[in-house]
Unconditional design. Sequence first.
Length: 405
Amino acid sequence: MQLLRLAARNVIRNTRRSVLSLAAIAAGVSGLMVSGGFVNDLIFQLGEAVIHSQSGHIQVARGGYFASGSRSPGRYLIAPEDAARLDLEALPNMEGSMRRLGFSGLVGNGRSSYPVIGEGIEPGAEAKLGTYLVLVEGRALGARDRYGALVGHGVARAMGLKVGSLFSIVAPTVDEAMNTLELEVVGTFQSFSKDYDDRVIKIPLGAAQELLDTKGANVVVLLLDETRNTSTAAGHLAEKVGGLGLEVRTWDRLNDFYGKAVALYDRQFGVLRLIVLLMVVLAVAGAINMGVLERAGEFGTMRALGNRSGDVMRLVMIEGTLLGVAGAVLGLMVGCAAAWVLSETGIPMPPPPNSNLEYVSRIRLSTGVIVGSATIGVVATVIASFLPALRVSRLPIVEALRQLV
């Protein structure tokens, strides 16, 4: 405690160097907070865009569908009675459920054809799910649109389709016979993924079942109240489907590129942490080293009065730790204020790779980012204090006292 009180007095006494050190530490901590919050928001918005434009939170399908169902979706159908047996309304955190029937086929406009991936959807439930879909033209599918179609912007552009345009689609039925259906465009959409927009059309589930000559569906999609409840809901659902030959997939497993994107951002932020750590160490080390050398006579006097070299080293290290803690606290305050200002104003961002949609980014702070940033500020200062503390503790007493002459 005596060393702690002495270290605190020394930090306060050397005002100029302490202020410079505090500024360097606070700048590093606040910079890490803001950049970490920015990356968190990127990851959050990517996840929400995937959920609310394509996959939903959880999907249930016949075993093997997720691995090879796209090649022959007719082999992996869930009958209406099997879907009813899931009793999805009893699951915790449920917001809604919907059935989908997938197919692939050729869209024709009378002059040319274009390969597409189709989804038979339940319009009312999908409207609640697809909050990240942007309507470029027209409107969303409604309950009365028996033969309506919501067309991806890339498909519409490639085929020259507009709202009110009629087109035909040819697709194989579940028995591998070819069938055709005439549809009317009610709207065109864009999502976060350009590839998705270039290949997908959405039609009512009844029309898709008529096209494929079936009454079943391929997947049951679940929408939850919050994304963080996905694991809990998936665990409860897995217990129910065990004996029905069905399997459960969560949104992050359905979209493997999301995990790759998160890993990429984590590595980039890890490199940023290392850079900031080195910058704070170098900035603080210079100030601490000069301060320690100027006080060599003071430390020589301490040792002449009976203090050990270890006491001198501990004193310098405690001073550095106090600076680190104070700088981290100051950096947290500055970082929180900067995060609030940037989140309130928003950061306009250009479309990410493979997307046509701009978005507004914010700073999404988390406990991990806050604690990690503060820890790096303190650790950097302790590291910066070590060499000066070791050097002055080994300085001969006579040479240290000569600084007072």
